[in-house]
Design a protein around this ligand. Structure first.
Ligand SMILES: NC(=O)c1ccc[n+]([C@@H]2O[C@H](COP(=O)([O-])OP(=O)(O)OC[C@H]3O[C@@H](n4cnc5c(N)ncnc54)[C@H](O)[C@@H]3O)[C@@H](O)[C@H]2O)c1
Ligand SMILES: CC(C)[C@H](C(=O)O)[C@@H](O)C(=O)O
Ligand SMILES: [Mg+2]
Length: 364
C-alpha cells in the first residue's frame, strides 16, 4: 500500500480547528481508496513562538523537507502583532517557507458552486451566470520580497519603503503555467497589472505578451488591477485564468473567495518547479471566530484535495473529496458565515462529518 508522508502545520486561530476536519476527510478517503497517510505535525507561527520562541523552528523545517507535501493551516493573530517584523508569524514562517521551497506558483481556484448562487453577494442576475476562475498568483517575488526595504529617519521625516521587483525570468515561468492551465480550462488568460503606472508592470505586460505567442490557442486580455477588481464584480463569469503578481493576486483572491460566498471556501496550492507543494486556505487565522468551533473547514479540506491531486497523484481520491464537498453544500450543509443572519449553521466538526458522510456517494 502506498504511504504518503505529510507535514501538518496547523498554526494559529482557526488553523487547528479546520485542520482536524481536513485530516478526518483525508483519512476517510485514504481508507476508501486504499493508500496510507503518515501525518507528522509540527509547530509553526504564533503557536511555535509561544512554545519555542521562534515562528519556524528547525524541527518544522526539517519535517517539511522530509515530507511528500505540506498541509498548512494559518498563522498570525493580534497576540503576536507587536513583535519585531521578522519575528511575527507571517513574515517569520509563512513567507520563509514559500521562499525556501521556491513555491512560486500559487493556484487559487474559486467557483460559485452550481445551485449555490444565492450564497454570493453579487447581484442575483450576475451571480446566476456563475463564476469558475483560477487565480494564478506569483508567490516568491514582487513587493513581498524585493530589496531594499525598511524604515529610515525619525519623527515626521521617518519613512517606510518596499521594492516592487520582477525579473523577466520570474514573469516568464509563472506566465507559462497560467497559459498551460488555461489550455486545460476555457482557454482564456487575463493578465493583471498596473502598467499605466509601474515599471514592474510594464515589464510584466511585455513578457506576458511575448509568452502568449507560444499559445496562439489561448486568448489573452490585459487588465489594470483597479479595473480587474471592478470587472470581477460586473462580469465574474467571463474570467477563466487570472494571472497576477504576488500583491495583486493576494488582493484579487480574497475578492474571488467572497464572490463564492465566504473566505472559508477558497483553497490554494503553492508549487515549485519540481512539483513539491504546500497547501493552504487562502484565508487566515480568523481571530474573530477562533476557538468557537464555527469556522468553515471547506477551504482546508479542498486544500487537502489539491494536495492529493498535485503532489500525491491520488486523483480519484481528490475527485471524491471535491464531489463530496459540492454535494454537502448542495444539500444545504452550511457553516455559520454562510447561513442567513440569525440562523445557526453547522459546527466545524459537523461540516467535516457531513463531507465524510458523502464521500462514498456520487463518485463517478
Ligand atoms: N495563510 C495564512 O496563514 C494567512 C492568510 C491570511 C491572513 N493571515 C493572518 O490571519 C490573521 C487574520 O487576518 P484577517 O482577519 O485579515 O483575514 P482572515 O482571512 O483571517 O479573516 C477575514 C474574515 O474572513 C473570515 N474567515 C476567514 N476564514 C474563514 C473560515 N474558514 N470560516 C469562516 N470565516 C472565515 C474571518 O472570520 C474574518 O471575518 C492575520 O494575522 C493575518 O496576517 C494568515
Ligand atoms: C498572511 C499573508 C502573508 C498571506 C499573503 O499575503 O500572501 C495571506 O494573505 C495569503 O493570501 O496567503
Ligand atoms: Mg491573502
Amino acid at each position: 500500500m502506498t504511504q504518503h508522508r505529510i507535514a501538518v502545520l496547523a498554526g494559529d486561530g482557526i488553523g487547528p480547528e479546520v485542520m482536524a476536519e481536513a485530516q478526518k476527510v483525508v483519512d476517510a478517503v485514504a481508507a476508501q481508496f486504499e493508500f496510507g497517510i503518515d501525518w507528522h505535525s509540527y509547530l509553526v507561527g504564533g503557536a511555535a513562538i509561544d512554545a519555542t520562541g521562534a515562528p519556524l523552528p528547525e524541527a518544522t523545517m526539517s519535517g517539511c523537507e522530509a515530507a511528500d507535501a505540506i498541509l498548512f493551516g494559518s498563522v498570525g493573530g493580534p497576540k503576536w502583532e507587536g513583535l519585531p517584523p521578522n519575528s511575527q508569524p507571517e513574515r517569520g514562517s509563512l513567507l520563509p517557507l514559500r521562499k525556501h521551497f521556491e513555491l512560486f506558483c500559487n493556484l487559487r481556484p474559486a467557483q460559485i458552486h452550481p445551485g449555490l448562487e444565492g450564497l454570493s453577494p453579487l447581484r442575483a442576475d450576475i451571480a446566476a451566470k456563475g463564476m469558475d476562475l483560477l487565480v494564478v498568483r506569483e508567490l516568491t517575488g514582487d513587493i513581498y520580497f524585493g530589496e531594499p526595504r525598511g524604515r529610515h529617519g525619525e519623527g515626521e521625516q521617518e519613512y517606510g519603503y518596499d521594492t516592487m521587483r520582477y525579473s523577466r525570468g520570474e514573469i516568464r515561468r509563472i506566465a507559462r503555467l497560467a497559459f498551460e492551465a488555461a489550455r486545460k480550462r476555457r482557454g482564456k488568460v487575463c493578465s493583471v497589472d498596473k502598467a499605466n503606472v509601474l515599471q514592474t508592470s510594464m515589464l510584466w505586460r511585455e513578457e506576458v505578451t511575448t509568452i502568449a505567442a507560444d499559445y496562439p490557442d489561448v486568448e489573452l486580455e490585459h487588465i489594470y488591477i483597479d479595473n480587474a477588481a471592478m470587472q470581477m464584480l460586473r462580469r465574474a463569469s467571463e474570467f477563466d485564468v487570472m494571472l497576477c503578481g504576488n500583491l495583486f493576486g493576494d488582493i484579487l483572491s480574497d475578492e474571488a473567495a467572497m464572490i463564492t460566498g465566504s473566505m472559508g471556501l477558497l483553497p490554494s496550492a503553492s508549487l515549485n518547479a519540481a512539483g513539491f507543494g504546500m497547501y493552504e486556505p487562502a484565508g487566515g487565522s480568523a481571530p474573530d471566530i477562533a476557538g468557537q468551533g464555527i469556522a468553515n473547514p471547506v477551504a482546508q479540506i479542498l486544500s487537502a484535495s489539491l494536495m492529493l491531486r498535485h503532489s500525491l497523484n491520488e486523483i480519484a481520491a481528490a475527485d471524491a473529496i471535491d464531489a463530496a464537498v459540492s454535494q454537502a453544500l448542495a444539500d444545504g450543509c452550511l457553516t455559520n458565515e454562510l447561513t442567513p443572519a440569525g440562523q445557526a449553521g453547522l459546527s466545524t466538526a459537523a461540516m467535516g462529518d457531513a463531507i465524510v458522510a458523502r464521500l462514498s456517494q456520487g463518485v463517478k
